[in-house]
Design a protein around this ligand. Sequence first.
Ligand code: PLP
Length: 384
Amino acid sequence: MKVYLDNSATTRVYPEAAELMTKVMLEDYGNPSSMHRLGVDAEKYIKTAREQIAATLKASEKEILFTSCGTESDNLAILGYAAAHKREGHHLITTKIEHPAILNTMEHLEKEGYEVTYLDVDHEGRISLTQLRDSIREDTLLVSIMHTNNEIGALQPIEEAGALIKKCNSKTVFHVDAVQGYGKNRIIPKKMGIDMLSASGHKIHGPKGIGFLYVKNGIRLQPILFGGGQQGGLRSGTEAVPSIAGLGLASAKINEGLEQERETLYSLRDGFVKDLLTIPDVIINGREGHETAPHIVSASFRDVRAEVLLHALEDKGIYVSSGSACASNHPQTSATLLAIGVEQALLDSTIRFSFSVFTTKEELDYTVQVLKELIPVLRKFKRG
Ligand code: PLP
């Protein structure tokens, strides 16, 4: 049995999206900037994808910008806004548990002379709105808070934060990294006080190497890529038409059945967590029930090395991740687990299981059964 439980790292592409992309690559392969019919046909795919994505956010299609990935969307939002507004302030706010796409961008800006406040999180990974309120200053340009944490699934109070930011400083803009939250939650930027929002194709059964940035009408960014002036000069480079078409289709599809799918994922998650907790010395990190992401379970197995368990599961056909896969090619201690205060002995014993619309109860039952066999054996090595 093959059980893929690493959907926060990446997802399987919807067959319909793959078919559409193949058609664009083989038949409608024009450059959207070309003035002939093939170019015009290619441009139509971009327009359709913009409309599909805009509809999911109740936004205008003019507010959707295509990028090469979630990382680029995050970079463009932060670097592009900071550069365009450097005369108005040098202070930014984010959290301690952001993805490296945000944290490393902030670090870069610190070297350029900007000041960054990193908000703490509680032991369940939630920021404090009081600390956010107290951190906003006259010269705060931007606040960036992730919607859903990629390691433990913590959800942030986005709507409350959006309202608070505008109340404290109407000039401060609010960026949300929704790479893990988009497609699992209804996110309506205008209702939630979000000015910019990042998402990525490969987390929602679309292709890899494509993302989008929602930029509210009226927000001024400086480009980070210079070239042929595509996408209104904000993101030069020939548009990745096949991937954009695939992303548009995946966005529409995942959002269509969202409420029902969320409930299915929550019930799978609840059952899985309950079963995991029947294994001695297992700790679930983060909140429970609907107060956490529907698709992520972070579990620490005392006296088991995560990497050893990961490969033992792999031998049984089960694919999981230790810490965060996007950053874990070179394993280092997880900033998120440290920030929520996971005890030292468990930092290296934590596994992330992440689900998708393709995950079944049978797969999860099999995983628990395998874990029940493996854990006592692996502990014998460690405990002697
Ligand atoms: N932000 C979060 C929260 C993520 O989980 C990821 C990837 O895992 C990214 C950003 C980066 O997205 P991409 O892989 O499309 O660059």
